[in-house]
Design a protein around this ligand. Structure first.
Ligand SMILES: Nc1nc2c(ncn2[C@@H]2O[C@H](COP(=O)(O)OP(=O)(O)O)[C@@H](O)[C@H]2O)c(=O)[nH]1
Ligand SMILES: [Mg+2]
Length: 386
């Protein structure tokens, strides 16, 4: 069973987070008001038989403690007894899930209609949709625009609100040194970004202070791609094909202030490596950054973030900004998943096309690259770019 604690400003956002992270089968164990909103404890992957026993008052068969159960500050046991398991109750729960979805959808629609009653908010909803922003995020931004805002100011305000919600790490991750792994799906730009980061680090000091490690031996030419970048940059490149060789290699590389690990993408084959990667990270601290393509579909990106949550990435890198006109989708994902955005990349050149993420630049880019809306007053736009 996987038990997690979620906090959010209100019940709707808390439920949305539960659903995003634990899926439709999640069961709410407890909910309560806390200082800054509401807190929900929810469970998924629970053992139906164990719960049945608990409901019948029998001593449950011993099982390993849930590894990722959220620690309860009050030392309470998770409220197992609150989980309904009778088939009828299960059916009922499914209905409740469906009802909850309908209510949330209706609330969303209702909220949107109400927001649309105010011109500047309607404009914000349209603009944010054009940028590719997630509708939930768009509504919460539109709702934060005061109703009496002068129309000419609404676009600036909406971008400022969006910029404020992008988390940017205060320290540049590579400058903290240590072992940094780039994780993410295949083809998103991990290898290229690893080379860009190594080159960027070398620019601040010496090329021999950074090592590159390739774990991508499963693909023909996988190691070679990184090795080629290494040769161009004068950066030492190493390979590891198993968790054991990686652990051994990292021992040898402790003298390097920074080691960047390039990982293969997600696939059936890599799943084992991924699991063992977690194990190694316990032995020597490997931090990770999740690489997400800015031109990806919002839903796919949410999925990827969910799948890599077990590696606990400390932040994200958005790649391929140059390949999208709707950057709002990817930005919505990092905002809603509270992933600090460390870097962005906007081209294939190494190392020129990598930059530290800057919230205001990103939101300005939204306006510049988005397709032009049909029913808008663009006097403000002209004014802004004049
Ligand atoms: N346009 C553009 N292409 C990129 C960017 N980053 C990487 N690429 C390209 O995307 C392709 C896949 O990159 P690669 O680093 O091999 O991805 P990996 O499979 O995640 O390691 C390569 O052709 C890269 O040159 C970027 O910021 N913009
Ligand atoms: Mg690669």
């Amino acid at each position: 069973m996987k038990i997690q604690r979620f906090t959010a400003a209100d019940m709707r956002s808390a439920l949305a987070r539960v659903r995003q992270e634990q899926g439709e089968q999640a069961v709410i164990l407890t909910s309560r008001r806390v200082d800054d909103g509401v807190e929900i404890v929810a469970a998924t992957d629970y053992d139906v038989e164990l719960v049945r026993q608990a409901l019948r008052g029998e001593a449950p068969t011993p099982v390993a403690p849930p590894v990722d159960a959220a620690p309860d500050p009050h030392g309470r046991e998770p409220a197992l007894r609150a989980i309904p398991v009778d088939p009828e109750i299960v059916a009922l729960r499914r209905e409740i899930v469906a009802m909850r979805e309908t209510i949330e959808r209706e609330l969303g629609r209702f909220g949107e209609e109400r927001l649309r009653g105010v011109r500047v908010r309607a404009q914000a909803l349209d603009d944010l949709a054009r940028y590719g922003c997630d509708p939930d995020l768009a509504r919460s931004i539109a709702a934060s625009i005061p109703a009496d805002t002068v129309p000419g100011r609404s676009r600036g305000l909406q971008l400022a609100l969006l910029a404020k919600s992008i988390l940017i790490p205060t320290h540049e991750p590579i400058l903290e040194g240590g072992v940094l792994a780039l994780i993410g799906a295949t083809g998103v730009g991990k290898t290229t970004t690893a080379a860009k980061l190594a080159a960027r680090y070398a620019q601040t000091g010496r090329a021999r202070d950074v090592a590159l490690v390739s774990l991508d031996g499963s693909r023909v030419g996988g190691h070679e791609q990184l090795a080629q970048f290494g040769r161009q940059l004068g950066v030492a490149t190493f390979e590891a094909d198993s968790p054991e060789t990686l652990a051994h290699l990292l021992e040898r590389l402790t003298d390097y202030p920074l080691t960047i690990i390039d990982t293969p993408g997600l696939s059936q084959h890599d799943r084992r490596l991924h699991a063992q990667f977690n194990w190694i990270s316990a032995a020597r601290r490997i931090r990770s950054l999740l690489v997400l393509p800015a031109n990806g579909q919002c839903g796919d990106l949410f999925d990827v973030v969910g799948r890599f949550r077990c590696a606990a990435p400390e932040g994200a890198i958005l790649t391929k900004l140059d390949e999208t006109a709707r950057l709002g989708g990817a930005l919505s994902v990092v905002i809603k998943q509270r992933l600090p955005l460390a870097y962005v990349t906007d081209g294939q050149r190494v190392p020129e096309d990598i930059h530290r993420a800057q919230a205001h630049r990103l939101v300005l880019r939204l306006g510049e690259t988005a397709p032009v809306g049909r029913d808008h007053d663009h006097s403000e736009n002209r004014h802004a770019t004049a």
